[in-house]
Design a protein around this ligand. Structure first.
Ligand code: MLT
Length: 411
């Protein structure tokens, strides 16, 4: 007899984005003439930067000759990429992270889920609400939660609401927690964390021997000065934090896959005997068993992000999406919608008009304007009454989306 992992049956029907895709497919089948504009899943639309493409071509050429061919690479990433990341993303910004503290991977989504492998089941986990659903669902899958209540909150997790009422600033948990997920710039709200706020969390983690999982996948979108780009800018963070970064939204690698996780060498957690164990050592061990590394060609492409021309091209790409975000923000505000985010992030978080629920607003936009967004309640109970729009799209689609949105909401 074979048995399943029963925890999977606790999961809500579908992962949020496939569920949206299913509804859109149904609508399309029933209304084939509708020209749907998708501002739901945050997936990039513009081509890879030219510097990355050139480097990938060169990498491919190397694969075509016996002398330069590469088979299995180092599971933690090639030194050329780890060095480029350490230098450009950290050292040049005055942050003391070394190349061997960087683990190259195929995605932050994967890493924020996989990281649970090296943490025990006794840990109490805190997440913001609304939250990127992967943090919650992966904890459900490994069995760290009970069942979900009617609002979709799982027993055993600590939820920290972030809404307009608290200015999207989470309170420290009332009870002691061991693992804390923070994502800044935030998905889904598009809001950022101040230095003071992160310091408060680092101090909390220190006082409670907790670890912060800091997801900085949208760091490249920070435009305002003084907004921290890495948790390691905060004093003491190297003792309490793991940071996740990605080339997906920075350089258009959502389909190409390349990201990295930073685990400081001094970071520890306790074993059952109460002894300190290096998390860096455990995480080094894990990919050695479960992963063969990101393809060489892709890592060469990621390295090119840090070349002078790559940097210019990436900045242009980000400016493009941020201009989209600005157009969405301003267009929505014109028809009286309360809008958050979109300044340091590619996401607009809006308050649905009247008392419309998030899913009702989703249906209304889809049916009347042929626009797809993401219902806030899909990110958590505290997201009810909110709605997320992604700025990842062509300029023409964004402009058209604003017009359609205004026609539906503005009457
Ligand atoms: C999102 O839309 O929230 C993101 O695309 C999800 C992801 O990066 O996995």
């Amino acid at each position: 007899m074979a048995y399943i992992n029963d925890n999977y049956q606790k999961l809500k029907a579908g992962y949020l984005f496939p569920e949206i895709a299913r509804r859109v497919r149904e609508f399309s089948a029933a209304t084939p003439s509708a020209k749907i504009i998708r501002l739901g899943i945050g997936d990039v639309t513009e081509p890879l930067p030219a510097a990355c493409i050139k480097a990938m071509h060169t990498g491919l050429d190397e694969m075509s000759s016996r002398e330069t061919f590469k088979g299995y690479g180092p599971e933690q990433g090639y030194d050329f990429l780890r060095d480029a990341i350490a230098t450009n993303d950290f050292k040049q910004r005055g942050i003391d992270i070394s190349a061997d503290e960087i683990f190259v991977s195929d995605g932050s989504k994967c890493d924020t889920g996989n990281i649970l492998d090296i943490f025990g089941m006794k840990n109490k986990v805190a997440v913001l609400d609304p939250v990127y659903p992967v943090y919650v669902d992966t904890n459900v899958m490994v069995g760290r939660t009970g069942a979900a209540d009617a609002q979709g909150r799982y027993d055993g997790l600590v939820y920290l609401p972030v809404t307009a009422e608290n200015d999207f600033t989470p309170e420290l948990p009332q009870e002691k927690v061991d693992l804390i997920y923070l994502c800044y710039p935030n998905n889904p709200t598009g809001m950022v964390a101040s230095r003071e706020m992160l310091k408060k969390w680092v101090d909390y983690a220190k006082a409670n021997n907790a670890i912060i999982f800091y997801d900085a996948a949208y760091e490249a979108y920070i435009t305002e000065p003084n907004v921290p780009r890495s948790i390691f800018e905060i004093e003491g963070a190297k003792d309490v934090a793991i940071e996740f970064r990605s080339f997906s939204k920075t350089a258009g690698f959502t389909g190409t896959r390349c990201a990295f996780t930073v685990i400081p060498k001094g970071l520890t957690a306790k074993n059952d005997k109460g002894e300190d164990v290096s998390l860096h050592a455990l995480w080094t061990r894990r990919p050695s068993t479960r992963f063969n590394g990101v393809p060489y060609i892709i890592q060469r492409g990621a390295e090119a992000v840090y070349s002078p021309e790559g940097q210019l091209q990436v900045q242009e790409l980000i400016r493009f999406y941020l201009t989209n975000a600005k157009l969405l923000r301003e267009g929505l505000e014109k028809v009286g919608i309360r809008v958050y985010g979109g300044v340091n992030a590619p996401y607009i978080w809006l308050k649905t008009p009247g008392n419309t629920t998030s899913w009702d607003f989703f249906d209304q936009l889809l049916n009347k304007a042929h626009l797809v967004g993401t219902p806030g309640s899909g990110f958590g109970a505290a997201g009810e009454g909110y709605f997320r729009l992604s700025a990842f799209n062509s300029r023409a689609n964004i402009e058209e989306a604003v017009k359609r949105f205004q026609a539906v909401v503005g009457g």
